[in-house]
Design a protein around this ligand. Structure first.
Ligand SMILES: Nc1ncnc2c1ncn2[C@@H]1O[C@H](COP(=O)(O)OP(=O)(O)OP(=O)(O)O)[C@@H](O)[C@H]1O
Length: 621
């Protein structure tokens, strides 16, 4: 528990030390004011009833000043706390997203438990430190005030301290248990909250709007969203009830103590043992101690809860990289020989089936290699391994003989340009949509346009209402114009060309990977794009994945992947001559059955001989 507290304080200190110090100063003043007011009130009342009638101007003035301070302080505290909260929010988010960016692989993002944690971290990280600080300072203020009134009460009637302290201790215990309970419930709610937000997003997001309307899914998703919300509400209601009982009982106990004390004080004043000033002081002291204890208990509970939930943030920020980091100094030589996969086995999780089963192949430098195979053969998975989003479960991938695990991951990725099958369509300007492919070239309009020309989308983008500055989104405008009509949506094929341009902006990359780069293009456009890509790839190292075999025939080497292993390899002519499965499917496609794509059925590939495997585990999988 000390670690979250220390980390929260460090975060608050790093975010705004001046604000933190002002908050501490306000705490000290805030705890002194009520005690000072009680003593001043006693002085005024005793002066009023004294036979010699002393001048009461000074105590009255001081009382008025203390009253003003008491009226102003809460607002000042609130302002400083909000300022501190905003500063902490900024720093916490900066650290959180920097930590997320440092995670090189994809595994964590596919782990629902980590996603729950991430959502909780994003929610509690920015507020946790402020909660810990204000809880701690609130508690300190309560303690200081308590100390002042404790002394006062001890002077008037030490016995009154006993029930007051007992009530306070019970209250503190209750608050801590409540905070444990609240933190646990919050953790349980994380998953349901994420699902509820997921359904809410489906109901409102532009990308889901078509299907949701066509298939009439609003009711389905709306009902599921409300089901999650009702479950969340039930859990929160149980928590609120528990809170009501614990806090209500403590309030009652406090009122009993105060009531008993009042009866005793009135009786003591009537029999002359206390002055009128003493009675007013006594009442202020009892309620001051009660309030002080309530503040201390409440703050301790709040702080405790904040520390428990802040643990999720610390977990994410402090998470080890999900792939082992290379200890080699950065700097990767340009590719000289090629990339070699040596008996690569891979599966996405321990309990999941093998996707790659002993793949061995070489992507030689300066050559175009094509990868074909049925749906689910593992082609995109192989691409993800080449980009090192995951490490092979067994076997190695070598870059000029160096294991990818020994290359700093940022260096490796800087040398690869990829059009992923599920490429991103960013709701940014056209220029940015291409520019993100090479951050250093983002503002270099000539390079961006040259990449667009190579991908065959320059004409389309130049003709947009604001040219390359047009937003490719109907959900956002550029921020510079108030006109919401400035955004434009591209067609699927146009988006695909933009994604190709993004990869081609890395014209200095050693390896160009194209995973189904033309699946959304019409026949003419596909021919045009492939001709351009061929020109661009000439003499470069590339890996092309396609279901349309006509687009891969020019490749220097074609690798047929089936069932997670290499089934055939060779040139187009060589594979045709061999009369294997590639030859059969190429002939099928070429003979006017273009609609029979390789995606249609993996049964067409069944003729492929089962991969020879040296690994006995393959049999059991
Ligand atoms: N992130 C993932 N987690 C778990 N399984 C996955 C994941 N990605 C892919 N798979 C599984 O791995 C297998 C291979 O998928 P992959 O996308 O590599 O195939 P592919 O050859 O590219 O197929 P397609 O031709 O349809 O694009 C599939 O069975 C798929 O379900």
């Amino acid at each position: 528990m000390m670690r979250p507290a220390a980390a929260a304080l460090e975060l608050a200190w790093a975010s705004g030390r001046t604000r933190l110090l002002i908050r501490v100063a306000l705490t000290i003043v805030g705890s002194a004011v009520p005690v000072a007011m009680a003593w001043l009130m006693k002085a005024v009342l005793d002066g009023l009833t004294a036979p010699d009638r002393p001048s009461l101007v000074l105590p009255a003035l001081l009382l008025a000043a203390a009253g003003m301070a008491a009226a102003f302080l809460p607002q000042a505290v609130q302002y400083v706390e909000s300022e501190l909260q905003r500063a902490v929010d900024l720093t916490a988010r900066k650290r959180l997203y920097a930590a997320v960016a440092r995670m090189p692989g994809l595994r964590r993002f596919e782990d629902p438990r980590f996603q729950d944690r991430l959502a909780l971290a994003a929610e509690t990280g920015p507020t946790g430190p402020s909660e810990v600080v204000s809880g701690g300072l609130g508690g300190a203020q309560g303690l200081l005030m308590l100390g002042g009134f404790f002394v006062t009460l001890a002077v008037l009637n030490p016995w009154m301290l006993v029930p007051v302290v007992l009530a306070g201790a019970v209250s503190m215990h209750g608050q801590i248990r409540l905070s444990h309970y609240r933190a646990r419930v919050l953790g349980e709610l994380g998953h349901a909250t994420r699902r509820e937000q997921f359904y809410a997003q489906l109901l409102t997001s532009p990308s889901a709007a078509k299907e949701v309307r066509l298939y009439g899914l609003s009711d389905l998703f709306g009902t599921r969203m409300l089901r999650e919300l009702r479950w969340i509400n039930r859990r929160r209601r149980t928590m609120d009830r528990r809170e009501l009982i614990v806090q209500g009982l403590h309030g009652l106990a406090g009122a009993c103590v105060a009531g008993g004390g009042l009866v005793w004080a009135v009786d003591a004043a009537r029999s002359g043992r206390l002055t009128v000033g003493d009675v007013s002081m006594f009442i202020a002291a009892v309620s001051g101690v009660q309030n002080g204890l309530a503040v201390v208990a409440g703050s301790a509970g709040r702080m405790h809860e904040a520390m428990l939930t802040f643990g999720h943030y610390l977990h994410v920020v402090g998470a080890e990289p999900d792939l082992p980091e290379s200890s080699r100094a950065s700097g990767l030589e340009p590719l000289r020989e090629g990339i070699e996969l040596r008996d690569v086995w891979f599966r996405y999780g321990d309990g999941l089936p093998w996707v790659l089963r002993g793949v061995t192949l070489t992507i030689p430098v300066g050559r175009a290699t094509a990868l074909v195979g049925p749906n689910g053969a593992g082609k995109s998975t192989l691409v993800k391994l080449l980009c090192r989003f995951y490490d092979p479960t067994r076997g190695t991938i070598l870059w000029d003989g160096v294991d990818l695990r020994d290359i700093p991951v940022a260096d490796l990725r800087a040398r690869i340009g990829t059009v992923f099958q599920d490429y991103m369509s960013y709701e940014l300007s056209a220029a940015d949509n291409i520019g993100v492919g090479r951050r250093e070239a983002m503002d270099d309009r000539d390079r961006v346009e040259a990449a667009a020309r190579r991908a065959g989308c320059h004409g389309t983008l130049a003709e947009l209402p604001r040219g390359y500055d047009t937003m490719l989104s109907r959900a956002f405008d550029s921020g510079e114009h108030d006109d919401p009509d400035t955004g434009v949506l591209l067609s699927g094929g146009q988006w695909q060309r933009v994604a190709i341009a993004r990869a081609l902006l890395r014209d200095d990359a050693d390896l160009l990977i194209l995973d189904e780069p033309s699946s959304g293009l019409d026949a003419e456009a596909e021919h045009e794009v492939h001709t351009r890509l061929r020109e661009h790839r000439a003499g470069r190292t590339s890996l092309l994945i396609s279901h349309r075999l006509s687009t891969v025939r020019e490749a220097d080497s074609i690798v047929v992947l089936s069932g997670g292993a290499v089934a055939e390899r060779g040139t187009h002519d060589g594979l045709l001559a061999a009369g294997g499965v590639y030859a059969r499917l190429f002939t099928l496609q070429a003979s006017g059955y273009q609609q029979v794509s390789l995606t249609a059925s993996s049964s067409d590939w069944k003729a492929v001989p089962a991969p020879r495997s040296a690994d006995p585990a393959a049999a059991s999988d």
